[in-house]
Design a protein around this ligand. Structure first.
Ligand SMILES: Nc1ncnc2c1ncn2[C@@H]1O[C@H](COP(=O)(O)OP(=O)(O)O)[C@@H](O)[C@H]1O
Ligand SMILES: [Mg+2]
Length: 372
């Protein structure tokens, strides 16, 4: 399967709690980008309670992600459906299908491979509530994760649990076969709140003594793991005390910096437009919501993230190749698990673009991969 064209950015929208406005925001963000002339693919990966399509007024039966998971269609692009919004297509989520809400890890990787191959400037993945492994994995496989919350204690605590879960899951995947660091992470994951707890700082300290060769990798994770935070149903510019607490908690307890990229206003008139969000955004009553979405998307898109806007190089200088080989020497073999290639094989038959693609798909990034 060859990508039709490389997507510019894959954004995923999650948040821990249900009903906080994730799906409406996903559709609105897609609509705003499509209105600006970008091609957009919305993908509903809420495998338990899909409803993204309803916000676009698609209520008749269309193909869904279940057709792909159940192998009725060979490719995800076969189930991309036009929407009422120019430039915006959707892959609808499925009604509950037994067994489908919890696909095997290889199926998640397959879904993500197909998502990445979709031809669109922006791909927006709408995720379900909760800290299910599916949600955490899809979140961590995208270029930028956006966490939506409401300024209420329950929603904010769920957002914190989600961010913590996403970080743990990422670390667990990366270090799962590492003889010293893997067990440290596993032990921390089994603790039930309270004392201690895994943070990037604590892990850096452990790695410094246990396996200093892994320090560059943990530094990469630290730079790259920076969820964007959107607070719904609150006026622009306002930083609610609970939101300040959430940001401080992530920084102090996890060593993670989250970026508060903006708020969305509470707008009771949304309820009259629940089957036509694009029409809401262009209506007089949707003006302030659309303006807020614009500000948020400007912030998200201008962030000069290594994994986002930058294009993967096609020509690698000798210096780049040397840097990449050095980086590979610091990586744990588990990064290569599930692929037919091992680090030593890759070193022997070094094809920069192949190596770089594999590393990126495993969550590793380095400035030498990108041209900017
Ligand atoms: N900014 C808002 N102002 C008013 N109501 C909102 C707003 N955002 C969401 N809602 C309400 O919350 C409900 C749930 O939104 P939805 O996007 O489906 O949440 P989630 O995807 O997080 O479960 C919607 O039906 C809508 O009535
Ligand atoms: Mg939803």
């Amino acid at each position: 399967m060859k990508p039709d064209s490389k997507p510019k950015m894959i954004l995923s929208v999650a948040g821990g709690k249900g009903g906080v406005g994730k799906s409406i925001f996903s559709v609105s963000l897609g609509t705003k980008l499509a209105m600006d002339g970008h091609s957009v693919a919305l993908v509903d990966l809420d495998l338990g309670a899909a409803n993204l399509h309803t916000y676009l007024g698609i209520i008749k039966k269309t193909p869904t992600i279940a057709d792909f998971i159940l192998k009725k269609v060979p490719s995800l692009k076969d189930i991309l459906v036009e929407t009422s919004q120019d430039n915006m297509k959707i892959i609808s989520g499925a009604e509950f299908v037994p067994g489908m809400a919890n696909p095997a890890h290889w199926m998640k990787l397959k879904i993500m491979r197909h998502v990445k191959a979709l031809s669109a400037d922006y791909i927006i993945i709408d995720l379900g509530a909760g800290v299910h492994f599916n949600t955490l994995d899809f979140f961590s496989m995208s270029d930028r994760g956006i966490v939506v919350t409401a300024p209420e204690p329950g929603a904010v605590m769920n957002a914190y649990s989600f961010i913590k879960g996403a970080l743990f899951r990422r670390l667990q995947h990366i270090f799962k076969n590492h003889p010293e660091i893997g067990p440290v992470i596993d032990a921390e994951t089994k603790k039930t709140g309270g004392e201690g707890g895994l943070s990037l700082e604590m892990l850096t300290e452990q790695i410094r003594t246990l396996s200093p060769d892994m320090l560059p990798l943990i530094e990469e994770i630290e730079n790259e793991f920076c969820p964007a935070l959107v607070v719904n149903r609150i006026s622009e510019g306002h930083k609610h005390v609970l939101v300040r607490n959430l940001i401080a908690l992530c920084r102090d307890k996890l060593g993670v910096s989250i970026e508060h990229v903006g708020n969305l206003p509470d707008n009771p008139e949304i309820s009259g437009y629940l089957l036509k969000i694009p029409a809401f955004l262009t209506s007089w009553s949707g003006k302030s919501y659309l303006e807020a979405v614009k500000n948020i998307s400007d912030k998200i898109l201008t962030r000069t993230s290594l994994t986002a806007n930058a294009e993967i190089k096609t020509d690698f200088s000798d210096e780049d190749v040397e840097k990449i080989i050095k980086l590979m020497e610091t990586l744990d073999e588990s990064i290569f698990s599930g692929s037919s290639r091992s680090a030593s094989k890759l070193r022997m038959y070094f094809k920069p673009r192949e190596v770089v693609d594999l590393l990126i798909s495993r969550g590793v990034t380095h400035e030498a991969f990108y041209s900017r």
